[in-house]
Design a protein around this ligand. Structure first.
Ligand code: HEC
Ligand code: HEC
Ligand code: HEC
Length: 132
């Protein structure tokens, strides 16, 4: 038997469930975006590791960058030795952005969410994003 009421109720529930994630993510209740790591360089890493641990980077990448800049500019020191003993050239463009070449999907997504706008890119050149 044809039951218009049930179909409409069903449709409303369906549309509701289907769009729930969209409404749910509106405004300030949205979950922190998961920063994307699928860049060509990171895909080729044998060990998917940042300069330091993920937790350390998440909490301290601003200070790390600040230290790198000071060490490079004031002391001419170019090599950073990480906790694990790996060596990195201290460079925003050539090191961080070499791996994280997806600035828009990585740095920017997180910064937009946290409402921070690092002013670095008025001088430092952001990566070209056509290679992902
Ligand atoms: C050798 C490639 C490589 C370099 C160089 C590198 N990263 Fe990473 N980064 C990664 C990988 C891989 C992860 C994910 C690590 C994990 O999941 O344990 C990551 C994670 C992070 C995270 C944490 C993301 C999260 O989900 O919380 C931040 C922030 C970050 N990197 C910033 C930087 C900054 C800033 C620099 C330069 C100082 C840098 N990275 C240099 C590969 C790199
Ligand atoms: C997991 C989220 C996340 C990712 C990914 C991330 N950041 Fe950040 N970043 C933050 C947060 C949150 C702050 C603000 C922290 C604070 O004010 O203490 C910040 C602050 C900064 C600052 C200092 C800005 C200021 O005005 O004080 C710099 C520089 C910076 N990030 C660079 C980067 C770069 C470059 C990348 C990409 C390689 C990156 N961040 C990726 C979350 C992230
Ligand atoms: C007014 C222009 C300007 C701004 C803004 C700026 N920088 Fe720089 N930065 C420079 C110059 C110039 C150098 C020296 C480049 C060199 O010696 O090769 C430098 C060097 C650095 C270095 C070491 C060398 C390298 O290749 O990366 C780091 C790390 C760095 N800056 C990080 C930052 C971060 C993080 C921000 C934003 C919070 C920032 N800078 C904002 C001009 C700027």
């Amino acid at each position: 038997m044809y039951n218009g009421g049930k179909i409409i109720a069903g449709l409303i529930i369906f549309v509701g469930l289907f769009t729930f994630p969209i409404f749910y993510n509106m405004g300030k209740t949205s979950a922190m975006p998961e920063p994307k790591l699928d860049t060509p360089v990171i895909k080729q890493l044998v060990e998917k590791r940042c300069v330091e641990s993920k937790e350390y980077m998440r909490a301290n990448h601003m200070q790390l960058l600040d230290n790198w800049r000071d060490l490079v500019i004031r002391e001419g020191n170019l090599v950073y030795e990480s906790t694990g003993g790996k060596k990195y050239i201290m460079s925003l463009q050539n090191t961080c952005m070499h791996c994280h070449s997806n600035k828009k999907e990585f740095c920017d997504k997180c910064h937009n969410y946290a409402n921070v706008k690092p002013y670095c890119w008025s001088c430092h050149i952001p990566p070209k994003e056509n290679e992902i």
